[in-house]
Design a protein around this ligand. Structure first.
Ligand code: SF4
Ligand code: SF4
Length: 317
């Protein structure tokens, strides 16, 4: 079973702050956050905020930085959702452990703040049960369950304000729907990894590719256009043109590429060229033949050593 629950903000330390009530889009939530609350910006320090590829893209544009500059200045490495998949989180300031974007007046990147900051304090849980087969071998797709919940931390006084919203109104106000859309496929990659479990090793090369594609679209674009990528994969011309210019299209394409290369998901607009598959199969066959020949040679060497040790073959001294 896969689970994504408040995936971008560290809550595991304080699960008791999650209210034990499942909410729907129509449920009411009493909450308001504004500069007049006594706790203003208290939630912006000593917190683990995971950045999604879309968060990084938008913050780089906002700050006028290349991804590598942004990553170096504002982030620290982490692993995503208890997997071995590498990602980044906001690096808190050393001197006061506060978010690098917070001032006494509030968030300096507010309109472009990360997904985690928008979801708080209404989290979303998304359970997806893996598909299984019944007795007749028929594929039964796994059940999905999605619900919302409120996170109530003692220091957060926003819950004492008198504003009441439905979950849907709150999410719209915070721009969460757009983030859901932008983050969905990336989150699905992490959920896939979680459901595969640690028994399936992810190679170092695969981890590097995941990290590069998820954090540095500038680098990923160079990988597409300056390597043999387009000689290896068939990508429709319209899509090639889109990803050449459009960062959002490139980001969605990177999710597709990662799903295909890490988990074997098939897409009509991203296919390995037949001749590349044939070349790979032939390379594997040559490698296999070489291993078989080596094994035969080892067996014959061993056999002749054993034969030489037999008493009838020993030369009398
Ligand atoms: S990005 Fe803005 S809202 Fe998010 S933790 Fe930092 S200061 Fe607070
Ligand atoms: S009300 Fe809650 S969300 Fe708003 S600043 Fe205070 S602690 Fe942060």
């Amino acid at each position: 079973m896969s689970l994504a629950k408040e995936p971008f903000r560290s809550l595991e330390k304080n699960p008791s702050h999650i209210m034990p009530k499942k909410l729907t889009m129509e449920s009411n939530v009493q909450f308001r956050c504004h500069p007049g609350v006594s706790c203003f910006t208290a939630c912006c320090s000593a917190i683990k905020i995971i950045l999604t590829p879309y968060d990084i893209l938008i913050l780089c544009k906002r700050l006028g930085l290349e991804p590598h500059e942004f990553l170096h200045t504002y982030t620290a490495p982490t692993y995503l959702e208890n997997t071995d998949m590498p990602g980044v989180m906001l690096k808190m300031r050393e001197e006061d452990k506060k978010c690098p974007f917070v001032t006494p007046e509030g968030c300096t990147v507010y309109t472009d703040r990360p997904s985690a900051c928008r979801y708080y304090p209404v989290g979303m849980a998304d359970f997806h049960e893996a598909s299984s087969k019944n007795n007749g071998g028929e594929e039964i797709s796994g059940a999905d369950e999605k619900f919302f919940f409120v996170v109530k931390e003692d220091y957060c006084k926003g819950h004492q304000e008198d504003k009441i919203w439905t979950v849907g109104e709150w999410r719209k106000d915070q721009g969460v729907d757009v983030r859901d859309e932008m983050n969905r496929e990336w989150l699905r990659l992490i959920m896939r990894r979680k459901s595969h479990g640690r028994q399936a090793n992810m190679s170092e090369q695969a981890k590097r590719m995941f990290f590069m594609a998820s954090t540095d679209l500038h680098h990923f674009r160079r990988f597409i256009f300056e390597s043999s990528f387009l000689k290896t994969y068939i990508v429709p011309d319209y899509l090639v043109e889109q990803i050449r210019e459009d960062d959002i299209a490139l980001m969605h394409f990177s999710f597709k590429y990662l799903a295909a290369s890490l988990f074997g998901v098939q897409f009509d607009d991203l296919k390995i060229r037949e001749e590349k598959i044939r070349a790979k199969v032939s390379e594997m066959k040559t490698e296999q033949d070489r291993s078989v020949l080596q094994a035969i040679r080892q067996y014959e060497d061993l056999k002749s050593d054993i034969d030489a040790m037999k008493p009838e073959n020993k030369v009398a001294s």
